[in-house]
Design a protein around this ligand. Sequence first.
Ligand code: SF4
Length: 320
Amino acid sequence: MIKEVLVAGNRGTCGGVNMALESVNQVLDIVDRRETVYTNWDIVNNTPIMKNLGDRGLVCVKNDWDKVPDGSILLFSAHGVPPNFHEIARGKNLTVIDATCQLVNRVHSLVKNAVDHGKHVVYVGVKNHPETLGVMGEVDGQDISLVENMADIENLKIPGKSAVVYSQTTLSTAEIRQKILRLKERFPDIWIPSRWDICYAADNRQQAVEKLVKLVDLLIIVGSKHSHNSEELRRIGEMAKMPSFLIDSPLEIDKGWFGENIQKIGLSSGASVLESNTESVLDWFRDKDVLIKYLPQVVSEKSMMFKLPQASINLLKARY
Ligand code: SF4
């Protein structure tokens, strides 16, 4: 019988997602349905948020440029885009609002700079993830090797030049540590920067869930299946050998999950999940008189807002 739900202190939207959502909200308010607003990809990887934005007139084209009419308004998602997307947008005379997270932009710059200085980049990331495509595109896929799993490391060949490791921002810290150790064994001269690229939000949410799983019998992560950082949180529960579920809404909760031995539930949410969504899941438990306990943050983290693409938002205001 469920006695309580412990809620991780570090959870929910991060600085990049807050910035991207504020950008799209401002754009939709300015446009006010006078025309369709497009986005190259899900602005953030969260189904309920994208559904809501879709209802307000945002159309996601999944990088299919044929669906974006010349002269229209296009948002680039928080995951970032390869530079040739900007060229295509210029060619189609689009008004672009770039909502790329600044921590993703940082990795773009590092990768470009390394290749410009004659280095080979080993990029640890998820194949075909929009963030990976954006970073790889920064150097046209030249002088960069994508490493997704341990087998990729075993098969990796580095050309005769110095190499450096960068990574996707939302990976699991535990897994990247393992990959870096193996890369160092195989290529002792490879350069591992002292600051890793996993962003503060992914790292803090992972640390909080690592502590949480020591206190509970079952883990629920609020987030969408295609959200990489949310899935990484769920996998922490899986690695701790407990039932672990990733859900977008309370409608996905299955009472069959909660056997007699399940007394304490741990709950957190990914970096693209609004607190209102997490609360709707907690309400499901409140309705059954389950005690909800909010844990303190394991790493102090204020609600962050990164810099908005204000210049292009202002330009948009001048459009009408
Ligand atoms: S998870 Fe990290 S890198 Fe991704 S948008 Fe949020 S702050 Fe930026």
